[in-house]
Design a protein around this ligand. Structure first.
Ligand code: AFP
Length: 358
């Protein structure tokens, strides 16, 4: 008997057996996403030879310059998912308005998909890890046409979430609400194989990830946390910390799922019009679900990320996730900060600009 790891398809079929009435539509969505990721993995592996390095010359809804691979990845997701007829709407970082199935579409699907087709775009041209992130939501019942508001569901309502990491090897990490599982692409078979079942984030850690070039914009709770880490064994934490920053949240999340740590892209004062950098619906919520399903914690700093009611399709928010005890400590520092501010400091008090939008 061969002792081979099971494939992603086998894993999904086994999960489906728990729901005798399931139609297979959900599995089709996940497999279509996985297929898009496999195609992207090939493109990424060819590097500059694929002619896909460099900027596309366009700007996305966030006002960010798009790379050629951002545009291609978005197309790959749209085409792959439209064909199957299992999703009724798709929201992407790269499109201002979601793609909505037409009323005339025969199979309109039971699901909505939100995705960041290529996370960490600035890494492409320097041959470092990039990824794709996705979140599966239920479409409203009754088969009616989808509106943008239908995507505005708290992360706790996600049916599934995952990412692909295009690193030295390509991995597909998935939760369908029963743990977080890692699959490695076998390039010869063209299949994702279950190599990392039931990933667990260690509760404590000595590693943190943050873009320190923003430190002058940080709010006091984050400054306090990082300063205490930097003080090492001579400070209140009484241990030395290590720091990492990959500039692709998928890659940072993968490291944390594998060996623990904490990631912070907090709300800061850099751009008072923004309440964070990362997007709630297709970056924070899916990574948040994966982390929490692996025993970690995900937060805006003040509130659990998965409980936040979204206010718009491209809403940004502060995001902190990773080892449970570290994230809880950061949340405590935020609470203590709120408790200690003077009522006449309008920017920081309970109703102020820098108080949680959650
Ligand atoms: P893109 O989604 O535009 O590629 O941005 C990636 C990202 O949102 C996230 O993955 C990184 O953690 C973060 O940006 C890196 O940002 P810095 O420019 O601050 O390093």
């Amino acid at each position: 008997m061969l002792n081979q790891p099971i494939t992603l398809t086998q894993y999904l079929i086994e999960e489906r057996r728990r729901f005798p009435l399931a139609s297979g539509s959900f599995n089709s969505v996940v497999l279509a996403v996985a297929l898009a990721c496999k195609a992207l993995s090939r493109k990424v592996a060819y590097g500059v030879l694929a002619g896909l390095h460099g900027q596309a010359g366009s700007v996305n809804v966030q006002g960010e310059s798009q790379y050629k691979l951002d545009v291609l990845a978005n197309e790959q997701f749209l085409q792959g998912l439209q064909w199957g007829g299992n999703v009724r709407g798709m929201l992407s970082e790269e499109m201002e308005d979601p793609w909505l199935a037409k009323d005339t579409d025969v199979a309109a699907g039971d699901y909505l998909l939100a995705f960041d087709p290529l996370d960490g775009s600035s890494n492409i041209d320097v041959n470092l890890s990039v990824g794709s992130i996705f979140s599966v939501l239920r479409a409203p019942e009754g088969g009616r046409s989808i509106r943008v508001e239908d995507f505005l569901q708290p992360g706790a309502r996600q049916v599934a979430a995952g990412y692909a990491l295009y690193g030295p090897s390509t991995m597909f990490v998935l939760t369908v609400g029963r743990g977080t599982h890692g699959f490695t692409l076998n390039p010869e078979l063209g299949e994702f194989l279950l190599t990392h079942p039931d990933l667990r984030v260690p509760e404590e850690s000595q590693e943190f990830a943050i873009n320190a070039s923003n430190s002058r914009f940080w709010e006091p709770p984050i400054r306090r946390y990082v300063e205490e880490c930097l003080a090492g064994r001579n400070g209140v934490r009484e241990k030395d910390f290590n720091m990492r920053w990959i500039a692709s949240m998928v890659a940072d999340a993968h490291r944390i799922l594998t060996r623990g740590g904490v990631f912070m892209y907090p709300r800061d004062t850099k751009d008072p019009a923004q309440s964070g950098r990362l997007r709630l619906l297709y970056e924070c919520n899916p990574i948040g679900l994966l982390i929490e399903q692996a025993g970690g914690r995900a937060s805006s700093g003040e509130a659990p990320i998965l409980q936040i009611a979204p206010s718009g399709p491209h809403q940004r928010i502060g995001f902190v996730f990773g080892s449970k005890q570290e994230v809880e400590r950061i949340e405590r520092y935020h609470r203590e900060r709120v408790d200690e501010v003077e009522p006449d400091t309008p920017l920081f008090n309970r109703r102020g600009l820098f108080r949680s939008m959650g």
